[in-house]
Design a protein around this ligand. Structure first.
Ligand SMILES: [Zn+2]
Length: 467
């Protein structure tokens, strides 16, 4: 402990990003918790929403009011605006930017990156990779092992052998670069801090696009985001300091699919993951800074829907048994397999609608029943004729029409509305706890998060980097 005192000038920085998480997503989780407690109106605050410093943060990028996770990650990690889709390079894709995690590494700190999406996805990549396009996932994964960072954890790699599967295996590259690679629960749990050890931990169960399962689909035996954060802190902690970037990425994916239940459950799981960081901060309050932000809002989520006017019933969200992905896999894919529209009947699926979403078809309004009938036919038909494409895109985005219609009806019954299957331009909230927390009060742009982190961490920025 004396060593830690001597090094009090050093700070341990933790940046946590809830992808697609703005105030609506946070509030939805808080109102849900209150509704589950006693059904009266109110909010049960999350742990991180009670952090002492809170700011509002704009998220636009160099080409759009509505950012994506690549340009938003670049802004947070490097302080630079860039074009949508670009990671840590300028909009012209020639200049490369140094990330806050790389600055931390060069200070001699240990560095960790955790995400429940695949580890080559845009937000985790924004802390270690520089690529013209977020779609260059193979290049991103080769830069992972070249980063020299000490701990990667969460999802797998989406393209470890490239788009065509014909490149050198990025996981083998990581092993050659000295990483201990683990991909099962037992090996993960057995990881102990070892001097100089570098770890790449990929979750045993991967659900969609090499991501960890939605928290509501996770089995008891499987690891949670909180497990990856707790383990990361134990592996990274050292007297010099560490920087740890953690993403809860599937809040965004759930909101793209307008699945409030999956978003709320992942937001609550994110809060439990943050609680692991808070427990560490409590032990080292003067040295540790925790910053929680969203990279943008997703879905245009709101607390309120035209059909339910001034009332909400968030407890109804608890009736949904799994995420839209689980319903697609367990129910829809199985039903569609080998069936055509001619031998399909909505009646076959009514018990599943009741079981999975708690929706009693007979008790729904005529409008809702017609929405379900239309979506069922659309799902069973497959190909969309050109004339119908526009209305299909507005009604269902790129999702399974039947599934997304059921989530819409379930969400609307709770009083939750959506405007889009993409991101929106509304600002996010940034929360901070610990050393230099006051820097994060106010209303500022997402690029400022980089400068605030750098200032709190004592990073000396080259004069070329403009503020
Ligand atoms: Zn997104």
């Amino acid at each position: 402990m004396q060593l830690r005192k001597k090094l009090a000038a050093f700070v341990l920085g933790l940046a946590l990003v809830g992808d697609g998480m703005s105030m609506a997503q946070v509030s939805a989780a808080e109102v849900y918790s209150k509704a589950m407690a006693d059904k009266t109106p109110g909010f049960v605050k999350l742990g991180f929403s009670q952090f002492p410093a809170q700011g509002m943060t704009t998220t636009y990028d160099a080409t759009s009011i509505i950012t994506d996770s690549a340009s938003a990650g670049t802004a947070i990690a490097t302080g630079n605006k860039t074009a949508s889709g670009v990671i840590n390079m300028d909009p012209g894709k020639t200049i490369k930017f140094k990330t806050i995690a790389e600055y931390a590494r060069d200070l001699g700190w240990r560095v960790g990156v955790v995400s429940n999406t695949s580890l080559d996805h845009a937000t985790p990549a924004a802390f270690y990779a520089k690529v013209p396009s977020r779609g260059d996932m193979y290049d991103i994964s080769t830069q992972l092992s070249a980063s020299g960072f000490d701990y990667f954890g969460g999802g797998g790699l989406a393209q470890p052998k490239g788009k065509k599967g014909d490149q050198s295996d990025a996981i083998e590259m990581a092993k050659k670069a000295g990483y201990t690679v683990v991909s099962d629960v037992a090996a993960f749990r057995a990881l102990k801090p070892v001097a100089g050890q570098k770890v790449l931990a990929m979750n045993e169960t991967l659900q969609d696009s090499m991501a960890m399962p939605y928290d509501m689909d996770r089995t008891e035996d499987d690891l949670s985001l909180a497990d990856y954060v707790e383990k990361g802190i134990s592996l990274l902690d050292n007297p010099k300091g560490f920087f740890f970037a953690i993403e809860s990425g599937k809040i965004d994916w759930a909101c793209h699919a307008n699945d409030a239940a999956a978003s709320i459950k992942d937001t609550l799981a994110f809060d439990l993951a943050i609680a692991k960081a808070v427990a560490f901060q409590k032990k080292h309050p003067k040295d540790t800074l925790i910053v929680v932000t969203g990279d943008h809002e997703t879905g245009g989520m709101s607390l309120g829907f035209a059909g339910t006017k001034y009332s909400t019933a968030f407890e109804k969200i608890s009736l949904q048994k799994g995420s839209y992905v689980a319903f697609d896999r367990e129910v829809m894919s199985a039903y569609k397999d080998g069936r055509t529209v001619d031998d399909a009947s909505l009646d076959d699926l009514l018990p599943e609608i009741k079981r999975f979403f708690g929706l009693d078809y007979e008790k729904l309004s005529q409008t809702e029943q017609e929405m379900i009938q239309r979506a069922f036919l659309r799902s069973m038909k497959g190909e969309v004729e050109r004339a119908a494409q526009e209305s299909v895109a507005l009604l269902y985005g790129s999702y399974e029409p039947f599934t997304i219609t059921l989530t819409h009806i379930a969400n609307q019954a709770a009083g939750i509305g959506w405007t889009t299957y993409s991101h929106t331009g509304v600002p996010v909230v940034t929360f901070a706890l610990g050393r230099s927390e006051g820097l994060f009060n106010g209303y500022y742009d997402n690029t400022q998060i980089f400068y605030k982190l750098a200032s709190a961490m004592g990073v000396k920025l080259p004069s070329l980097v403009k503020k």
